[in-house]
Design a protein around this ligand. Structure first.
Ligand SMILES: Cc1cc2nc3c(=O)[nH]c(=O)nc-3n(C[C@H](O)[C@H](O)[C@H](O)COP(=O)(O)OP(=O)(O)OC[C@H]3O[C@@H](n4cnc5c(N)ncnc54)[C@H](O)[C@@H]3O)c2cc1C
Length: 401
């Protein structure tokens, strides 16, 4: 919305299912490519990360937590391509500030979309209301409706599938984190994200709220005990200890268990992804972006960054649209440039998760092989030239128009 606000010829409204705009979850990391896309969008978005208290990560530093090399340093990811970690709610607050209240509609769940003969589109909401528009951008997440309209109700790629992993998170104060995990990992002025490769799982901690809070995340490979429709499960001490039973007994394993149990309501959540590739992200005057288009497991910390890139490209194309008849071409061009990259990341992210949980088919818990295989997996994500990506989308628009 912020991206489109800059263009007076585009009149944009947001419809949100929830009673208010809010963000569940703690932190989100915005890597260099996402930061560059935000800078390209500019306007009210520029500087939003910093105003929201984002902390620059000096690097993501990986260690082994299992196997013969337990507690050994593996590598530093992206020391020269720094990511920023930010509290989700704080970032959302910043992003909503420039948007006028009259443009934001809550308690509005989209349940149907109808093409009108006029070429316009009619949105139907769960409260019986309708709203007529020239175009719809479905940013309604992994369990939204607009993907169904675009792909069709029976399409095999419609529904997200379990990504094969679960994760749980706990927020602790900086003081508590130093006590439980060791103060060597927290150096004011040089904050890092730390990852620990376990046997069938992974532990990560990073710093947010300008250095006040430490986010701890534990992840595991789903076992056969997970039911097909089980989205989450309780994670008490016994269950957590069972999940990491194969990990080498190290101080970090013990500290991690205590840090996770600081969350009195600890739950393991299934990770989802769009395992089957959608054949398109657009249909006529309707398109999908973000998790609605390309839900990915979080192993390469890229879902939000890709949603920001989507917004950048949609702005680039929609600012060229002077008449509604050009919308189909704009969305086709969007689909052409965004789908290959985002679907590649879905696949890459899953493979990265397997390696980070010590289950890569070619790497296992072999530190040297992990060191060789992992770092290069981020290069194509982080080093994208966003100006070139925008040019590519305009060329695609010219070709399809
Ligand atoms: C554990 C975890 C860690 C992650 N870490 C990172 C990270 O470090 N870096 C990163 O870049 N990404 C990360 N991601 C991914 C990132 O969180 C998502 O990609 C991103 O939040 C997707 O944003 P979205 O706006 O597309 O969808 P959502 O955030 O899901 O928003 C969708 C919105 O649409 C609304 N909605 C749903 N249905 C309807 C409807 N029918 N009508 C109207 N409104 C509707 C919902 O209420 C919601 O507000 C992580 C994800 C997970 C699960």
């Amino acid at each position: 919305m912020n991206a489109l606000l800059k263009h007076p010829h585009l009149d944009v409204e947001i419809f949100e299912f929830a009673p208010e705009f809010s963000e569940r979850g703690a932190a989100v990391g915005i890597a260099q490519n996402g930061q560059a896309a935000l800078a390209e969008i500019g306007g009210a978005v520029a500087g939003a990360l910093d105003r929201a208290g984002a902390v620059v990560m000096s690097s993501s530093r990986m260690y082994m937590a299992s196997g013969p090399s337990a507690m050994s340093f593996v590598f530093d990811l992206a020391a020269e391509q720094r990511g920023k970690v930010v509290h989700r709610a704080a970032l959302l607050t910043e992003l909503l500030k420039p948007i006028s209240q009259e443009k934001m509609h809550t308690n509005k769940k989209v349940v149907r979309i109808e093409d009108l003969e006029s070429g316009r589109v009619l949105l139907y909401f769960n409260d019986g209301a309708t709203f007529e528009v020239d175009a719809v951008i479905g940013a309604d997440g992994v369990h939204g409706y607009v993907r169904e309209y675009v792909l069709g109700v029976d399409h095999p790629a419609l529904k997200p599938k379990f990504g094969g992993f679960w994760d749980a998170r706990s927020l602790v104060s900086m003081q508590k984190a130093k006590e439980l995990l060791g103060k060597d990992y927290f150096n004011e002025g040089l904050q890092r994200q730390y990852g620990w490769v376990g046997d069938g799982g992974f532990f990560m901690h990073d710093v947010l709220d300008g250095g006040e809070t430490v986010q701890c995340v534990v992840c595991g490979v789903m076992d056969e005990e997970w039911g097909e429709d089980e989205w989450k499960r309780e994670l008490d001490r016994r269950a957590l200890e069972k999940a990491v039973v194969k990990w080498t007994d190290t101080p970090i394993k013990r500290g991690m268990i205590e840090a996770m149990l600081e969350n009195a309501d600890l739950k393991a959540f299934a990770e989802w992804h769009h395992k089957e590739n959608a054949p398109t992200y657009a249909k006529g005057h309707v398109c999908i972006m973000g998790d609605a288009a390309h839900c990915m497991t979080p192993w390469q910390g890229s879902g939000a960054g890709q949603a920001i890139e989507d917004a950048m490209i949609l702005e680039t194309l929609l600012k060229e649209v002077r008449d509604p008849s050009q919308l189909t071409a704009a969305f086709k061009a969007y689909d052409q440039v965004r789908r290959p990259r985002t679907q590649r990341i879905i696949k890459s992210s899953h493979g990265t998760g397997m390696i980070m949980c010590g289950r890569g088919p070619d790497t296992g818990l072999d530190m040297d092989k992990i060191r060789e295989a992992l770092p290069k997996r981020w290069v194509f994500i982080h080093t994208q030239d966003q100006k070139e990506h925008k040019r590519e989308s305009l060329a695609a628009l010219k070709a399809v128009a």
